[in-house]
Write a protein that binds this ligand. Structure first.
Ligand code: ADP
Length: 173
């Protein structure tokens, strides 16, 4: 599987599946989640509501992932995953890595060959961006998969530069 970086808005990605940095409620939020629902239209939220009612009465647990249609987005599916809120007191990195691996497993089960991920937990949930990139790449490289391409979509140039530094193994900020 190839991992590449991209910069910009994940909702425009022409891939089989895009991953949503959702929250447990599955009922929408800010950041990536807000953009996906705004641009994807109401079909995504309707499916999220149905999933919530049928399977996740108490919300989707942190580290897990579930797929819906992508509505009006160019992708075919949205895979919703719930990242952990960053904590300096507790190591929640296994949960963050689980977001990447469970989303990848869901994508493979759907038959997706290309998947775009945002930098999960690095916005509203405050995970330091350099470590968020390191966790993403570690998790994505951990297991073999039928997914052929993963694109890590960084929202702005500054985050892109951080990601490039981390991938080059030269983290100095
Ligand atoms: P979380 O709650 O998991 O932290 P956020 O959506 O707040 O999720 O942010 C995750 C990352 O995605 C942040 O780095 C943020 O800057 C970035 N981001 C926000 N909107 C978009 C978008 N439309 N496309 C790609 N990345 C985005």
């Amino acid at each position: 599987m190839r991992i590449e970086l991209a910069t910009g808005d994940i909702t425009t990605e022409q891939v089989d599946a895009i991953v949503n940095a959702a929250n447990s409620s599955l009922l929408g939020g800010g950041g990536v989640d807000g953009a996906i629902h705004r641009k994807g239209g109401p079909a995504i939220l309707e499916e999220c509501r149905a999933l919530r009612a049928a399977h996740y009465g108490r919300g989707l647990p942190v580290g897990q992932a579930v797929a819906t249609t992508a509505g009006r987005l160019p992708a075919r599916w949205v895979i919703h995953t719930v990242g952990p809120v960053f904590s300096a007191a507790e190591d929640r990195a296994p949960l963050l890595r689980s977001c990447y691996t469970t989303s990848l497993a869901v994508a493979a089960r759907l038959g997706a060959k290309s998947v775009a991920y945002p930098l999960i937990s690095s916005g509203i949930y405050r995970w330091p961006k350099d470590d968020a990139v390191a966790q993403a790449v570690t998790a994505l490289q951990a297991e073999p998969t039928t997914v052929e391409l993963v694109r890590l979509v960084l929202f702005d140039e500054q985050t892109r530069e951080i990601a490039e530094r981390v991938l080059a193994g030269r983290v100095d900020s």
